[in-house]
Design a protein around this ligand. Structure first.
Ligand code: 13P
Length: 246
């Protein structure tokens, strides 16, 4: 019922030329089992959208205001002009390094939905919270704030990514059982707020996903894809991931 969605989050990697080369190399390998996409840096989004056919293109951040004195920021309207259809919000790197709050994430989600761009809302706990058994508490709190006051119809379109911070870029991935349990908790938290539409929300796992483990995650009932950092950067590695999802 929910089509899995696999997005490569490139973070601060790739020039325009590198982006185009990657897309041209990967496009012929795409299949219809999943939705595949890339979250490219702002500067490469327009080129990415012009060259991608099957791949969906996501931004990695946005500002929630339409315009104004926000030096260095990019509005949702500006993103829309590039042709992107998705935008990551609340990635833990932005929460930790750029002080992105749940309140800001909520405003960004609303601005994106109002402009027809699908938010990929990232949540996840620190190592400390994980080790002290507070994972559910943390993700439930984030969901309650990040998805506050939305239209039920809009909830269906959302993508949520569960990314335990301790599994990002560490090579230490959450087991498929841990990922499944937390993602089921996230779905229940959405159900508590919005009811049965929670069944339509695609919830990804992210954190050291690669060709060798993606199948395990996709086999779990509540896991609807992956948000992939390091292993999405090389076309060969991304092609191996695509191959593994068949
Ligand atoms: P890695 O796949 O490199 O662990 O990164 C995960 C991530 O942060 C995706 O958004």
């Amino acid at each position: 019922m929910r089509k899995p969605i696999i997005i490569g989050n490139w973070k601060m990697h790739k020039t325009c030329k590198e982006t185009i080369d990657f897309i041209q190399e990967v496009e012929p390998y795409l299949n219809d089992h999943c939705t595949y996409g890339i979250a490219a840096p702002f500067t490469a989004l327009k080129d990415a959208c012009n060259h991608a056919q099957k791949l969906v293109v996501a931004a990695q951040n946005c500002h929630y205001e339409d315009h104004g004195a926000f030096t260095g920021e990019i509005s949702v309207g500006m993103l829309k002009e590039t042709g992107v259809t998705y935008c990551i919000v609340g990635h833990s790197e932005r929460r930790q390094m750029f002080n992105e709050s749940d309140e800001a994430v909520n405003l960004k989600v609303k601005a994106l939905l109002a402009n027809g761009i699908i938010p990929i809302v990232c949540v996840g706990e620190s190592l400390e919270a994980f080790e002290s058994g507070k994972t559910n508490e943390v993700v439930e709190g984030q969901i309650a704030k990040d998805l506050k006051d939305l239209d039920t119809e809009d909830i269906k379109k959302l993508v949520v990514a569960y990314e335990p911070i301790w599994a990002i870029g560490t090579g230490k991935s959450a087991t498929k059982e841990i990922a499944e349990a937390t993602i089921a908790t996230i779905r229940q938290a959405i159900a508590k707020m919005y009811g049965d539409v929670s069944e339509e929300v695609r919830i990804q796992y992210g954190g050291s996903v690669k060709a060798e483990n993606i199948k395990d995650y996709l086999a779990m009932p509540d896991i609807d894809g992956a948000l992939i950092g390091g292993a999405s950067l090389k076309a060969d590695s991304f092609k191996a991931i695509i191959e593994a999802t068949k």
